[in-house]
Each structure stands twice: as structure tokens, then as C-alpha cells.
Write a protein that binds this ligand. Structure first.
Ligand SMILES: [Ca+2]
Ligand SMILES: [Ca+2]
Ligand SMILES: [Ca+2]
Length: 343
């Protein structure tokens, strides 16, 4: 796994290389509907597992799991090819295992030539495209990788409805407030220090209801401020509820916050928890996710150094945790790398 992580960090540090790699993809939405998303994610497990084995020089145990994943998706040949290209006999064995599984699996994914999380698995084939999971492990076999499941209960979510890698400005699917500066491959918040006016939202236009998860992966720049994921509170006053990380010079804390429209008023829902050490490098990846289940909201944080934190809240009578999900930054120089919606 060390090799996987190193590869990912190389990609992050090489913005130009990333852009070249994804130039043909034009920021396409990979997963649009609940009906196809699960299948795409599931089928994707196949070839991608083999690629992951190649990229990482998979160990025997990993190759074995790649093989069984190949059996699921039926992409035997791809897995075998990946083994030959990269890594030794073990990965090749994964291909053979995949061959054994031909027949009856979900449809194959169609790689788009971009691997946002750098785990060796193409975005379109990755069962958790936002977070490195080269082994593509999926304990409940529902097509959503363990890395993208709800931490407390993996049966809550079962597929990828939408994945946006921010390869280009996502103007068609999003509403961006003025504070956002879209650029290729990253959605950046303006680097300013101007108080409340620096708050900026990017909202996915599609309304969400029922049970869902919304997640973003981002990097912060130097300085203090907030960044995280929003869910709507549409029944109340047009404002938003967000799962946000507050970065001060002395603490990095996770909190649930409520905003009225325009962010003229902010209140905190419950207590904050320490998300990570304040010394965590700015360039580290942060993943923030909200899972909405009726009146219950769970707010999760994870970074690429293994730190995690969770908060939860229950909606009051005048508050409903559903509507549009999106991103929120406040007085923070941050680069959002991806946004996902899970069902
Ligand atoms: Ca990937
Ligand atoms: Ca992944
Ligand atoms: Ca799963």
C-alpha cells in the first residue's frame, strides 16, 4: 500500500501531469443516476482491481482479492494484462482468477483514462473514486467500496450516484457563488481574508432526499478558515447545514454548523471535536462527508494520515436535513478535488 500512496501524492503534486492525463475526459459526470451508478461501480471492480495490483506491485493477498473482484465484474482479460504490465506473477494470478469468474457478473465499466484518487483504478471503474482503495474491498458486495461506506453501518449506502472530479469547471451541474474560482482539475476558493464575505458555496443543483451521503475531498492552503460539505435545510429559512472543518493556527476541529441564507448568521450544532493535529501539512487530503438518514445527520472527517473524527446530530422540529448538497468554504484558501453523492 505504500506504493499506492506514493503514486497518489505524485499526482497531486504534479498538477500539469494530472491535467494531461485527464484532458480527454472534460469533466464528465461519471455517475448520474441511482440506477446505473451501482452497476458501474460494481462492474468497475473488475479490471481496476487488476490495475491496482499492477500499480502497487500487489502482494499475494491483494492479488487474490483482485481475482475475486474480477470474478464479480467479469473483466478477466484486463486484470491479466494489468498483471503482466506491472508486477509480477502474483498480479498475473489475479487475472487468472478473474477469468474463472466469467459469466453473470454486472456489466463492465468503461475507463475514462483518469484516476482522481491515484489508486490505480480508473474513476469510472473505482468503487470509491474519491479515496485511494487499490484493493477495492467491498465487504457487503453492493458495489460501493468499503472506503466509501458509512463508517457506522455499511448497509446505509449502496452505490455511487454522482462523482465529480472537478476536471474542469462544473458549471452545468453546479451553482457557484462569487467566492469560487474554478480552474482545471481543481475548484479553488478565493484566497482572501475578508470576513463573512469570503464565504462561498458551490451547490449541486439536483435536490436530494431520503437517505444519502455527500462527500468531498479537498486540500487547504496556508492560513485559517473553514471548509466542508453542505446539506440543505430547505424547510427552515433557506440556509444550510454543513459538516465543516475549522482550521485555526492552533486547532483543526470538525463541527456541524448552521447558516442562514447569505451566511449573515451562523450557529454551531452541538460540540466540535478535534479532527487532526494542527501540525498536519496543508497539502494533506481531507475527506469530509455527511450522511443523511431522515432526521439524523452524521458528519465524518478523515485525512490521508489516518486521522478521523465523527459528529452526529438530530434535526429539530423546524429543521429537515435534505435538499441540495454542496461545498462551503469560509475565509479559506482551499482546493476541492472531488465531490461524490452516494445512495
Ligand atoms: Ca481511482
Ligand atoms: Ca478509489
Ligand atoms: Ca459495499
Amino acid at each position: 500500500m505504500r506504493a499506492v500512496r506514493s503514486f497518489r501524492l505524485f499526482v497531486l503534486a504534479s498538477g500539469v501531469a494530472t491535467l494531461v492525463a485527464c484532458g480527454s475526459s472534460s469533466g464528465e459526470t461519471l455517475f448520474e443516476s441511482g440506477g446505473t451508478s451501482g452497476a458501474a461501480g460494481h462492474g468497475g471492480v473488475a479490471g481496476s482491481a487488476g490495475q491496482a495490483g499492477a500499480a502497487a506491485g500487489a502482494a499475494g493477498s491483494e492479488a487474490g482479492s483482485a481475482g475475486s473482484a474480477g470474478a464479480e465484474g467479469g473483466a478477466a482479460g484486463e486484470a491479466g494484462a494489468a498483471g503482466e504490465a506491472g508486477a509480477a506473477g502474483e498480479a498475473g494470478a489475479a487475472g487468472e482468477a478473474g477469468a474463472a469468474g466469467n459469466g453473470g457478473g454486472p456489466p463492465e465499466c468503461k475507463p475514462i483514462g483518469h484516476d482522481e484518487d491515484g489508486d490505480g483504478v480508473d474513476d469510472a471503474c473505482d468503487n470509491c473514486p474519491s479515496w485511494p482503495n487499490g484493493d477495492q474491498s467491498d465487504g457487503d458486495m453492493d458495489g460501493l467500496g468499503n472506503s466509501c461506506e458509512a463508517s457506522a453501518n455499511e448497509s446505509i449506502l449502496s452505490g455511487i450516484e454522482y462523482f465529480e472530479s472537478w476536471m474542469q469547471a462544473p458549471l452545468a451541474q453546479w451553482e457557484l457563488s462569487e467566492g469560487y474560482v474554478p480552474t482545471q482539475d481543481l475548484l479553488k476558493a478565493a484566497d482572501t481574508s475578508c470576513g463573512q464575505d469570503c464565504g462561498a458555496n458551490a451547490l449541486w443543483k439536483k435536490p436530494l432526499s431520503g437517505t444519502y451521503g455527500a462527500e468531498s475531498v479537498f486540500q487547504k492552503g496556508d492560513g485559517s478558515g473553514w471548509g466542508g460539505v453542505l446539506v440543505a435545510d430547505k424547510e427552515n429559512d433557506g440556509g444550510w447545514v454543513g459538516c465543516l472543518v475549522q482550521f485555526s493556527w492552533t486547532s483543526h476541529t470538525l463541527g456541524l454548523w448552521k447558516f442562514t441564507a447569505g451566511a449573515t448568521y451562523v450557529s454551531q450544532i452541538g460540540d466540535s471535536v478535534t479532527a487532526e493535529d494542527a501540525q498536519t501539512p496543508s497539502g494533506s487530503l481531507r475527506r469530509v462527508r455527511v450522511i443523511v438518514q431522515g432526521p439524523n445527520l452524521t458528519c465524518d472527517f478523515e485525512n490521508d494520515l489516518g486521522k478521523s473524527a465523527t459528529l452526529s446530530a438530530k434535526a429539530g422540529d423546524a429543521m429537515v436535513f435534505q435538499g441540495r448538497a454542496g461545498l462551503r468554504v469560509y475565509d479559506l484558501n482551499a482546493a476541492y478535488r472531488s465531490f461524490s453523492v452516494f445512495r
